[in-house]
Ligand binder design. Sequence first.
Ligand SMILES: NC(=O)c1ccc[n+]([C@@H]2O[C@H](COP(=O)([O-])OP(=O)(O)OC[C@H]3O[C@@H](n4cnc5c(N)ncnc54)[C@H](O)[C@@H]3O)[C@@H](O)[C@H]2O)c1
Length: 354
Amino acid sequence: MKWIITGIAGFIGCNTARLLAQRGDVVIGIDDLSRPGADLNLRWLNEQQTVAAFHRVDVRDHAALSAVFAEHADADAVLHLAGQVAVTTSIRAPRADFEINALGTFNVCEAVRLHTSKALLINASTNKVYGADAGPLELRDGRWFDPAAPLGTREDRPLDFHSPYACSKGVADQYVLDYHRTYGVNTVSLRQSCIFGPRQYGIEDQGWVAWMSLAALSKIPFTIFGDGRQVRDLLFVDDLVDLYIRCAENPSLVAGQAINAGGGPTNVLSLLELIAYLETRLGVAPTFTFDEPRLGDQKVFVADVTRARTVLGWEPQVTVRQGLDTLLDWLGEHRHEVAEIVGSRRLDAVATTD
Ligand SMILES: NC(=O)c1ccc[n+]([C@@H]2O[C@H](COP(=O)([O-])OP(=O)(O)OC[C@H]3O[C@@H](n4cnc5c(N)ncnc54)[C@H](O)[C@@H]3O)[C@@H](O)[C@H]2O)c1
C-alpha cells in the first residue's frame, strides 16, 4: 500500500512509518519539523530508509500541501497526524492552535478530495472531543471510577469541547466525517486516548507517561495537577498502528465513522499508579508535588473500544506494564538526548490527558 503521513516526524508518525516500512508499504512523509526532536526522528527514519519521499511542508500552507498530494495521487491511505498537540499551548496561543488543527485538517480534507480521492483519510482525533466528566464519580481502589460507564465512553456520547485544543480538534474531527457525507470521500476519525511508547518526547505540557518516566529516570521533580487519582486508558503505539492498518485495509467498513482508539477498560492507569510502578521498577521514589487541577482535565477518561473490536476485530495486544517496560528501556538508552530536547521545552504547566 502507498501511504501519505502528515506529522511523520512526530512520536506516532515515526513509529507508524517504521512498522509500515517493515510490511513493505511505501511511505511518503510530510512534516514542518516544528516539534523539538522531530529532526532526530526524521534522521532515525532516514537511517533505516523508511520513507520513500519527505516533504517539509506546513499543513497551514494549502498550496504546498496540495502540490504534494497531486504528486502522490495514487496513495491508498492518508494518515493525518500533524498537529498542535497540547491543551496548555492552545490556551496560550489559540489562533495558532486553530490554524494548525482546524485549518490544517481542512486543508488535508481538500487535498484528499481534489487529488487522492481513492485514498482512505485516517484522522488522528482525540478523546478530548467528549468533554468533562459525565456524572457523579466514585473512588474505587484508590482511583476515580465512573459507575455510569463501567466499559468507558462510547462514540455516541454527545460532543462537548472544553478548551481551544478540544475545539480545534473537534472541528477537525467533524470536517473529516462530513467530507464522507458531503463528498463521498472515505474518511475515519480515530478518537485517540493516551498513546505511549518509544520516541515520545513527553513534556510537562503533553505526553504525561513519557514525561513522568523521564523525570523519574533523570531525578527531575515534577508536578501532579489534581489528586493523582485521575485515570486514563493507555494504548501502546504499536497497537494504534495495527488499528491504522486495519482501517486502511477495510475502508468500506470504517468510512464516515468515528472510532475510539484507546486501551479500553482493561488498560487503565492513574497517575499515582504510574508513580508507584516507576518507583518499583527504578528502585528510587520519584520526586513530585501536587497543585490544583487544570482546566478541562477529567478525573476519568476511559474509552469504550467495542466499535473497533466489532468492526475490525481489533484488540490491544500490549499490556500497560509491557508497554511501560518498553518505554523505560528506550528512555534508559536515550535519556540524555531526550532530556536535552525536553529540557528546552519545559513549561510551567502539565497536561496529563493526551
Ligand atoms: N500522543 C497522544 O497521546 C495523542 C492522543 C490523542 C490524539 N493525538 C493526536 O495524534 C497526532 C500525533 O500526535 P503525536 O503524539 O505523534 O504528536 P507529535 O507532536 O509527536 O507529532 C506531531 C508532528 O506534527 C508536526 N507538526 C506540527 N505542526 C505542524 C504543521 N503546522 N505542519 C506540519 N507538521 C506539523 C510536528 O513537527 C510533529 O512532528 C496529533 O494530531 C495529536 O493531536 C495524540
